[in-house]
Write a protein that binds this ligand. Sequence first.
Ligand code: PLP
Ligand code: TYF
Length: 396
Amino acid sequence: MFSHIDAAPADPILGLTEAFKADKRTDKVNLGVGIYKDETGKTPILESVKLAEQKLVALEETKSYLGIEGVAKYNLAVQTLLFGKESSIISQKRAATAQAPGGTGALRVAAEFLVAQTPNKTIWVSNPTWANHNNIFQTAGLTVKQYSYYDAASHGLDFEAMVADLSSAKAGDVVLLHGCCHNPTGIDLNLEQWQVIGQLCLEKQLLPLFDFAYQGFGVGVEEDAQGIRTIANMVPELLVANSFSKNFGLYNERIGGVTLVAADQQTATKAFSQVKKLIRANYSNPPAHGALVVSTILEDEALTKLWLSELTAMRERIATMRTLFVDTLKAEGVKTDFSFIAEQCGMFSFSGLNKDQVAKLKEEFGVYIVGSGRISVAGMTKENMPVICKAIAQVV
Ligand code: PLP
Ligand code: TYF
């Protein structure tokens, strides 16, 4: 039965971590995968998470199954983070959220919902986008089309081309938008551009699906929701797949959510029953721990304050590394202008380094970055910075 099966290609990002682990060099640096590291190179458990876990151990009374949609107070907390405390979407009960196993699980649930319930079964993703988007959407049975996004010449957004491409989408097509901290480019839309995309979705009847994996890593928790909130206030329907892997450091707890917004409560409830049906067929109900940690933090004022300060510290450390990276490259005599890196947002820097340069970095210097030239700034420290910049100086 199995002998005819071909080996699957390694995941472009996770495969890199495997190669990194096998590398025997001691001065190797992994800037591939998007995982936050502190200045000592560790991915710590947040103190707010530790405190919430202690509280849970003391107070948790049962390990009985959750409902299909998970922890109710968690789902409400998700909506509050997405749309804001005062949002009429929440008070009018136009949104329904299901806790999901990470942002990936949320995207997969959303994709299956779109396959089952929308006529076109077509989704538009940015060029480039997170490699797993294609994987998730195609596996679920959606047709994936690309819209222009990145302009290599200016290291910026080609907004005109983005709008032109999305103008050719058919009514009922889905548009995947990165809520903030676009992966891999680090380039986000500004407020006016979000408004243009919202208007386009409204006029052309396109359904926005937001991938929101980095809330708080751009400017701040509220500020980073600007795109989602702007568009949610313009269109009758949308979907959001959010992740708390990065902003709560809960990577291996697999905690995120899929949120459906409809024109009114009745429509939301009916549509959401289909989301629940397919969750039942996938994993029946989600694991509790991550959701209880997040909701324990968000329902406690002091823990929320602590979490926000820890998130700010992560964001600010990355920003410091971004500037240090640009400065160190200059100090190493690199003539290429890398100042655009300081303008990018979130965990990643889209360096413009080509495939050959990326391969050389890995083979000759043990510096691992993704083939697209994406560098995880979140993996940089004062200590590894010289190694990284010396290596880049050698390959450019
Ligand atoms: N979407 C994007 C753009 C991401 O970069 C990630 C994680 O790196 C995710 C979604 C989902 O992450 P997870 O499934 O670990 O929550
Ligand atoms: O670095 C990235 O873009 C992600 C990180 O289950 C990641 O691919 C790793 C594991 C995972 C989800 C995301």
